[in-house]
Design a protein around this ligand. Structure first.
Ligand code: 6PG
Length: 257
């Protein structure tokens, strides 16, 4: 039995633009490899502001990524979603559709958004879990293995919609849960740690000075995922790649002065 490998790589690039370009190169390589090996690429997109430039770059007509990505062989999912309608300005689906999907030829049946317009967030989570089961042809209890999951990290150390002290951090039975986020006074729907940690590659995109303290705590501090949920992401047999700009990484490798 080949020992399971959980690898972590930290890659620091100069600016936010370079961050998006470096991420696009990783995504392109990963997608090509997955399609070569399995005939398709299972990709989960993250929300928030950081990936906007990446999505725009991938769809940019003047760039190699748009030409070389096997768009029609990518199955698009989301790492998490706000509990809003798909046309809501807060929607992670809307952001990715506006920045990227509306500008490239992806078969609609390959875009699997969370039905977050459902007034019942828990029902939306169950529906998304059913979608994962169908698209990945999962048997009962099986966990999907994504080729690439994109994640961000909030300044509080959350990732996807796994927030500090959330029950969702300890979820091991479900693939998707609805979670109440007190600070937003709203529900979120999120992939759970078993799915994130079954991915072949998880790529964190982190940018900005305001995240530097949290980046250091997550990557160099004690393992306290209840405080820093991003720490829960350690792919069992895969890799976590932390792609950051200089600003976000500026405190790494420094001991407390
Ligand atoms: C969301 C994201 C969330 C995000 C972080 C970082 O729905 O907002 O999934 O986990 O990745 O909050 O967000 P920024 O990129 O905007 O800093």
């Amino acid at each position: 039995m080949v020992p399971l490998m959980s690898k972590r790589e930290i890659r620091i690039v100069g600016s936010t633009d370079e961050l998006s370009r470096a991420a696009a190169r990783v995504l392109l390589r990963c997608a090509k490899e997955a399609v070569r090996a399995r005939g398709r690429c299972a990709l989960a997109l993250s929300g928030g502001a950081t990936p906007k430039k990446l999505y725009r770059l991938l769809a940019d007509e003047g760039e190699q990524f748009r030409r070389e990505l096997p768009w029609e062989k990518i199955q698009f999912f989301w790492s998490d979603e706000r509990h809003v309608a798909p046309d809501d300005p807060e929607s992670n689906y809307r952001m990715a559709a506006e920045m990227m999907l509306a500008h490239v030829s992806v078969p609609p049946e390959n875009v699997h958004r969370v039905m977050a317009e459902d007034p019942e967030a828990e029902r939306a989570a169950r529906e998304y879990e059913r979608t994962l089961g169908e698209v990945f042809h999962l048997s009962a209890g099986e966990v999907p293995r994504f080729d690439l999951i994109l994640l961000g990290m909030g300044a509080c150390g959350h990732t996807a919609s796994l927030f500090p002290h959330s029950e969702a951090l300890r979820e091991r039975a479900h693939l998707v849960v609805a979670t109440w986020v007190e600070k937003f006074k709203a529900h979120r729907i999120t992939l759970t740690p078993p799915v994130l940690n079954n991915s072949s590659l998880v790529m964190f995109l982190v940018s900005g000075r305001e995240k530097a303290e949290t980046v250091r705590a997550v990557l160099e501090g004690p393992y306290e995922p209840d405080l820093y949920p991003a720490q829960v992401v350690r792919p069992t047999d895969g890799e976590a790649l932390w792609l950051m700009d200089e600003e976000a990484a500026r405190l790494l490798g420094q001991r407390d002065s």
